[in-house]
Design a protein around this ligand. Structure first.
Ligand code: XUL
Ligand code: CO
Length: 447
C-alpha cells in the first residue's frame, strides 16, 4: 500500500515512506513513538499545540561544513551546478521531506530558496520565481509557512551589520532585502516574519557608536513594520534574541533585553519574540528562562527548537533530545496559553558525522517525539494540585490583607515599616525545590 508522497519528477528520499505514529512500544527508527498528531492533550490535538516546522537552511542548504573542513554530505538536490536547476530541485526535495515527515509548517531565509543576483532587481526576480514554485508546492501538499526572513548576515557587505551598519548604503540594501522577503512571506501566507540580528552588534566597542546604531535599528524595524502592514501582513513580527556569535556582542542579547528595547521604541504591539533554546543558553540562561521572560511580558511569539552542548557553550544547534528541557519549555508554553500563531521550528542541524539520508528523518522524529513527550508530561505537572500549591501557594500572603493592599499600591514604605515592626520576625517558608524536582521526575517516569 504505497501512496505517492514525493513532489515533482524525482524522489529524493527513496525507500523512506510516510512517517507514522506507531506508539511507545515500536522499535522502528522511522516512526513516531510519542507524536500522535490527533491525540488530544489539554483540550486540543497535539499538532495544534506543537505546530512543528522544518527549517530550510540547515536541512536543505547545509552539508556538514565547519570552520575546519568542507561538507560531508552531498545529497542529490545539491549536486546540480546551475542554480536555475539546483534551487527548484532543492525545493522539491524539501517539500517531499515535509510531506513524508508530516509537519504542518516550514521556514526559510530569502537566500535559502533563491540565489542572490548581481543587483537588487535580479535578486528580487530570483526570489519571485522561487516563491511561485513554493506557492504551488504549498498548494499541492497543504504545508504552510510559519515564517519567512531575510539573511542579513552572510553576504560580506553585512560584515559590520545590516540595520546597524555605519554605512547608510548597506542599511538601504538590507531594507531592499527585507522588503522582498516581506513580499514573499505575504505571498506565501506566512504567519510570522522573523528578524534575527546576526551581525547587529559589534566586534569592538571602541569603533562603535552604539547609541546611534540602536536608534537606526529601531527606525529600521518601524519602517519594516509599516511596510508589512501596508501590504496586508497580519501576523507577528518576531525578534530572535542571541547574545553573541557571530559578533562579540549582539544587541538582541536575550529576551529581557529585547523586551525592554521593543517597549522603549513602542514596537511591542507588533513585535514578539522568537526564542531559540541554544541562544538562551549562550546568554547564560536556560531555554525555559527566556521562554518565561517572553511569556510573562505577553510577548512569546514562537520557538526555534534545538539545544547546545553544555561542555562548550557554543551555538551547536543540535536536535532537541533532552526531555527535561522540553518538559520545562512546554510547562511555560502551556501556562502561557499556547503558542498562538507561533510554532516549534527545528533550527537544528545534523552532526557533521551523520551522513545517511535517513539521518535527517531520524533527527526530526527524535525532536518531535521529545516535544510531544514534553507536552504530555508538562500538561500533567501544570495541572497537578501539589505543583500548583507549591508554586503559587508560596504567594498566598499577597492574596488577602496587607499583602493584597501592597499589590494594589495602597501601602507606603512607612506603612510597610510599621507593619514589620508590629508583626515581628517573619516565619520561614520552605522553597521545597527538591520536592518539586522529585515530583517532576515522578511524572517523567510515569509518562
Ligand atoms: C542563527 C539563527 C538563525 C535564525 C534565522 O543562530 O538562529 O538561523 O533563526 O535567521
Ligand atoms: Co534560529
Amino acid at each position: 500500500m504505497s501512496r505517492r508522497v514525493f513532489i515533482g519528477d524525482t524522489e529524493y528520499f527513496p525507500g523512506i515512506e510516510q512517517i507514522n505514529y506507531e506508539g511507545p512500544e515500536s522499535d522502528n527508527p522511522l516512526a513516531f513513538k510519542a507524536y500522535d498528531p490527533a491525540r488530544i492533550v489539554a483540550g486540543k490535538p497535539m499538532e495544534e499545540h506543537l505546530r512543528f516546522a522544518v527549517c530550510y537552511w540547515h536541512s536543505f542548504c547545509g552539508g556538514g561544513a565547519d570552520p575546519f573542513g568542507p561538507d560531508t554530505r552531498s545529497p542529490a538536490w545539491a549536486k546540480k551546478a546551475d542554480p536555475n536547476a539546483r534551487a527548484p530541485a532543492r525545493m522539491d526535495a524539501a517539500f517531499e521531506f515535509f510531506t513524508k515527515l508530516n509537519v504542518p509548517y516550514w521556514c526559510f531565509h530569502d537566500v535559502d530558496i533563491a540565489w542572490e543576483g548581481a543587483s537588487v532587481e535580479e535578486s528580487e526576480r530570483n526570489l519571485q520565481a522561487m516563491v511561485e514554485l513554493a506557492k504551488a508546492r504549498q498548494q499541492e501538499t497543504g504545508i504552510k509557512l510559519l515564517w519567512g526572513t531575510a539573511n542579513l548576515f552572510s553576504n560580506p557587505r553585512y560584515m559590520n551589520g545590516a540595520a546597524t551598519n555605519p554605512n547608510f548604503n548597506v542599511l538601504a540594501y538590507a531594507a531592499a532585502q527585507v522588503k522582498a522577503a516581506l513580499d514573499a512571506t505575504v505571498e506565501l501566507g506566512g504567519e510570522n516574519y522573523v528578524f534575527w540580528g546576526g551581525r547587529e552588534g559589534y566586534a569592538s566597542l571602541q569603533n562603535t557608536d552604539t547609541k546611534r546604531e540602536l536608534e537606526h535599528f529601531a527606525m529600521f524595524l518601524e519602517k519594516a513594520r509599516d511596510y508589512g502592514r501596508s501590504i496586508g501582513f497580519k501576523g507577528s513580527f518576531l525578534i530572535e534574541p542571541k547574545p553573541m556569535e557571530p559578533m562579540y556582542h549582539q544587541y538582541d542579547f536575550d529576551a529581557q533585553t529585547v523586551i525592554g528595547f521593543l517597549r522603549q521604541h513602542g514596537l511591542d504591539r507588533d513585535f514578539k519574540l522568537n526564542i531559540e533554546a541554544n541562544h538562551a543558553t549562550l546568554a547564560g540562561h536556560t531555554f525555559a528562562h527566556d521562554l518565561r521572560m517572553a511569556a510573562d511580558a505577553g510577548l512569546l511569539g514562537s520557538i526555534d527548537a534545538n539545544r547546545g552542548n553544555s561542555q562548550n557553550g557554543w551555538d551547536t544547534d543540535q536536535f532537541p533530545t533532552d526531555l527535561y528541557d522540553t518538559v520545562h519549555a512546554m510547562m511555560v508554553v502551556l501556562e502561557a496559553g499556547g503558542l498562538g500563531r507561533g510554532g516549534l521550528n527545528f533550527d537544528a542541524k545534523l552532526r557533521r558525522e551523520s551522513t545517511d539520508l535517513e539521518d535527517l528523518f531520524i533527527a526530526h522524529i527524535g525532536g518531535m517525539d521529545c516535544f510531544a513527550r514534553g507536552l504530555i508530561i508538562a500538561n500533567r505537572i501544570t495541572n497537578d494540585e501539589r505543583y500548583r500549591a507549591l508554586k503559587y501557594g508560596r504567594y498566598s500572603s499577597f492574596d488577602s490583607g496587607d499583602g493584597k493592599r501592597f499589590e494594589a499600591g495602597e501601602l507606603s514604605l512607612a506603612d510597610l515599616r510599621n507593619l514589620a515592626a508590629t508583626n515581628g520576625e517573619p516565619q520561614q517558608l520552605s522553597g521545597k525545590q527538591e520536592l518539586i524536582e522529585n515530583l517532576i521526575n515522578d511524572f517523567i517516569v510515569r509518562c
